[in-house]
Design a protein around this ligand. Structure first.
Ligand code: AP5
Length: 211
């Protein structure tokens, strides 16, 4: 099993690119953010514990996240490798991952902080298939209809507000960005300029993945 990691600040476009890369590579997307939101909605013990951290833009404790991943990668669809989206986010998470999976590429989607708030505050997601859109930068082709599954229902996330975004950025710079060096030392870290059109970024990522 050999897997890839999509890395970057909140709103960098990890989820957007993950959906496109899954279409090209077949690697299943594992988003810890999506898993946590599902747990919160289902009011599981994990969801109840995670909710206050997520609402305030803080990272959920490592032991909760690592347990979720250990369970998830037992699923047969993970046998040939996966694409992690938003995981790992701390050195202890990366160390735990190194014991259960081999990482061939960590792709960092680089976007300056000043772009992040406008990206996150305009985001909406299809309630049917989770496709990610943006009011200005990436709207549906037909207003109010998902391009992928034709659903007419969309969600906006509770933590997508300007105040929480600043906490999420702080957590990224303090706790997650040190992973760039950690993976750089292991020779698997690749940066892409994420401040460009979505298809250009996808094309760069796919070129890196064949290296
Ligand atoms: P999570 O759900 O992972 O949120 P995040 O990292 O903050 O990332 P986002 O999902 O907000 O952004 P994205 O990079 O996927 O961007 P997207 O493609 O949507 O985590 C949420 C919370 O859960 C965390 O705060 C934490 O509490 C907890 N958590 C999750 N994982 C954890 C972990 N491992 N450890 C501890 N806690 C954890 O794009 C954003 C918007 O921009 C969209 O509207 C999109 O259409 C638009 N866009 C995308 N690309 C472009 C482009 N190139 N140009 C213009 N617009 C673009």
């Amino acid at each position: 099993m050999s897997s890839i990691v999509l890395f970057g600040p909140p709103g960098a476009g990890k989820g957007t690119q993950a959906q496109r890369i899954t279409e090209s590579t077949g690697l299943p997307q594992i988003s810890t953010g999506d898993m946590l939101r599902a747990a919160v909605a289902a009011k599981t013990a994990t969801g109840l514990e995670a909710k206050s951290f997520m609402d305030s833009g803080k990272l959920v404790p490592d032991e909760i996240i690592i347990a979720l991943i250990e369970q998830r990668i037992k699923n047969p669809d993970a046998a040939k490798g996966v694409m992690y989206d938003g995981f790992p986010r701390t050195i202890p998470q990366a160390e735990a991952l190194s014991k259960i999976d081999e990482i061939s590429h960590v792709i960092a989607i680089e976007v300056p902080d000043e772009r992040i708030v406008e990206r996150i505050c305009g985001r909406y997601t299809c309630a049917g298939c989770s496709a990610v859109y943006h009011d200005l930068f990436n709207p549906t082709s037909e207003e109010g209809v998902c391009d992928t599954c034709q659903s007419t229902k969309f969600n906006r996330r509770a933590d997508d507000n300007a105040d929480t975004v600043l906490s999420r950025l702080k957590a990224y710079h303090e706790q997650t960005s040190p992973l760039a060096n950690w993976y750089g030392e292991r020779g698997v870290f690749f940066g892409v300029d994420g401040d460009r059109d979505i298809p250009q970024i996808t094309s760069d990522i796919l070129k890196i993945l064949v290296k």
